[in-house]
Write a protein that binds this ligand. Structure first.
Ligand SMILES: Cc1cc2nc3c(=O)[nH]c(=O)nc-3n(C[C@H](O)[C@H](O)[C@H](O)COP(=O)(O)OP(=O)(O)OC[C@H]3O[C@@H](n4cnc5c(N)ncnc54)[C@H](O)[C@@H]3O)c2cc1C
Length: 505
């Protein structure tokens, strides 16, 4: 008895050391969570330290894995998520984050220094219902788990393009897939959510129960609750063709000319294209182009001539869909790097084929002096084709928070991602990406001024690729309606005040 008392006292002492700088409300909440879910609350020291370190080490960016939450709760089902939410509700000064895969590099969104992390890693698994043609997908885990499980049954879902990426955040934020031109955004395929609301109740949301909420949640992040199960529409899949090709900087003009042509035609929705330009040490440049075709062999010319430009390396071939997921993820484990994302959605301006190279020239100038003085940093501008057919499919599936419709014109989503080592450089790195999006904002304002077409210049931010300071919700055309819905679903501001996401202003 005495020994166990001593053990408990020492354990509590070490725990309180570990959470020394932590708010009293957070300590109270951790203790209440531990009491309610005795085996599923982890601390930095003590018997659960190893599990804590594994969970905390499992973020894509080291900027997040190096944080130190007061405790991590690992619920194993929706019921336990509900219990956690109810406890956090009673401790309104306790801040928390929701983590599915931990791939979002934004500080505070799926990681929480000195707060509480609700880690959904044990809520994973995929089951297929052939009669209903749907898959039930839980938020923990990675896309190769989901697509791997479905591939065996010759069906798939509209999901990640790199198997390593987390499932829950990807789907909650919207999700752009190789299959989006054919079927719409990943979130458009959600037929039903099982979600834990702000009051801790577990509800199902679908088009019949609440159409407005359903649309708001398709790209609403965690502002309406913690999603514990997604019911996703499935589609047949066989062998696909894809991978990537690497081109030297001298091929940039030709690659981007073809990308412009691809955006202008984008006739075959089975084809998808992403042109990445990476700036490395000393300003050296390479282009890495991701190709995808939903079929074993792409028809000649479907990529508008990019396929005729000779690459330095060619890693494209016929594969199973899940092999492609695994292949595309090679080398994307960051291994000790910090990472950032920033995005802007841009129109396809038919009369401006030189714009892409102009953007890259501007970014090259912005980043040159930084890159000249760094041997281990890399910054990439990804140009992702976003054909008009995505909006058409979105609307047919009932719509989403981004407000995509059948009237949409072709656009491209630009994503700037940077990996670097030194935390002292965080502000400089974020600043470089912001400089580029500020320049592009001005250019877009000019396009808006000279365009008669509202559809051409509706350019909502894509949440999955956004930086924490970007006004994602404000860029949605129904932002005011979503704010009202959010306040109705969360009258006490539980998600808005205690967790951090893209603000709903
Ligand atoms: C290497 C790499 C490749 C990528 N490729 C693509 C791509 O092809 N297409 C694309 O669209 N995006 C892509 N992304 C972006 C990716 O979709 C986002 O980073 C996404 O957030 C990752 O999901 P996650 O489960 O890891 O999210 P997490 O980092 O765990 O969470 C991110 C956000 O989602 C919220 N969230 C997480 N789980 C839930 C839940 N169950 N309920 C409610 N809210 C939740 C969190 O609160 C947090 O704000 C890529 C990212 C990386 C790092």
């Amino acid at each position: 008895m005495a020994r166990s008392w001593l053990f408990i006292s020492l354990f509590s002492f070490f725990n309180s050391l570990a959470i020394g700088a932590v708010s009293p409300a957070t300590i109270t909440a951790c203790k209440a969570l531990e009491k309610a879910l005795p085996n599923n609350v982890l601390y930095k020291v003590g018997a659960t330290a190893q599990r804590y370190n594994i969970e905390q080490g499992d973020y894509w960016s080291v900027a997040l894995s190096s944080l130190s939450p007061a405790c991590i709760v690992q619920p194993t089902d929706a019921q336990q998520v509900s219990q956690a939410v109810k406890i956090l509700n009673q401790n309104e000064d306790a801040k928390f984050a929701i983590k599915s895969g931990g791939h979002d590099p934004n500080p505070g969104q799926s990681a929480m220094d000195e707060g509480i992390v609700i880690a959904l890693s044990h809520l994973n698994g995929t089951t297929y219902d052939p009669a209903k043609k749907v898959a039930y997908v839980k938020p923990g885990g990675h896309w190769w788990d989901v697509i791997g499980a479905l591939d065996k049954q010759s069906v798939t879902v509209v999901g990640g393009r790199l198997g390593i990426v987390g499932v829950g955040g990807y789907l909650a934020q919207g999700g752009l897939s190789f299959l989006s031109a054919q079927y719409g955004m990943a979130a458009d395929q959600i037929e039903e959510y099982e979600v834990v609301k702000a009051d801790g109740s577990i509800v199902t949301v679908n088009m019949q129960s609440d159409k407005d909420l359903m649309i708001a949640m398709r790209g609403g992040g965690h502002m309406y609750g913690i999603i514990t199960k997604f019911t996703l529409r499935t589609y047949p899949i066989g062998k696909v063709w894809g991978g990537y090709r690497i081109y030297t900087s001298g091929k940039g003009d030709a690659v981007h000319a073809a990308f412009h042509k691809f955006l202008g035609n984008a006739a075959d929705p089975k084809a998808a294209l992403i042109v990445n330009t990476s700036f490395a040490t000393q300003g050296s440049i390479i282009h890495v182009v991701f190709f995808f075709y939903d079929g074993p062999k792409p028809p000649a010319g479907v990529f508008a001539g990019i396929e005729d430009i000779k690459p330095t390396f060619d890693f494209c071939s016929e594969r199973t869909y899940n092999d492609l997921m695994i292949f595309n993820a090679r080398g994307t484990d960051l291994l000790g790097f910090r990472a950032s994302f920033r995005t802007i959605t841009l129109p396809h301006v038919e009369s401006d084929p030189g714009w892409y190279q102009e953007i890259l020239g501007q970014y090259g100038n912005i980043t040159l002096s930084y890159l000249k003085s760094h041997f281990v940093a890399l910054t990439t501008v990804a140009m992702q084709a976003f054909p008009a057919s995505i909006g058409k499919n979105s609307e047919a599936r009932g719509g989403n928070a981004m407000g995509l419709t059948a009237n949409d014109k072709t656009r491209f989503i630009l994503e700037i991602n940077t990996v670097w080592r030194d935390p002292k450089e965080d502000a400089e790195v974020y600043g470089m990406a912001k400089q580029l999006t500020d320049i592009l904002d001005k250019k877009v304002a000019n396009v808006r001024a000279s365009s008669a077409s509202k559809a051409e210049t509706y350019l909502p931010y894509f949440m999955n690729d956004a930086a924490y300071d970007q006004d994602v919700f404000g860029s949605y055309k129904d932002a005011a309606k979503f704010k009202t819905l959010q306040e109705k679903a969360d009258p006490n501001g539980f998600w808005r005040k205690q967790s951090q996401g893209f603000p709903m202003s």
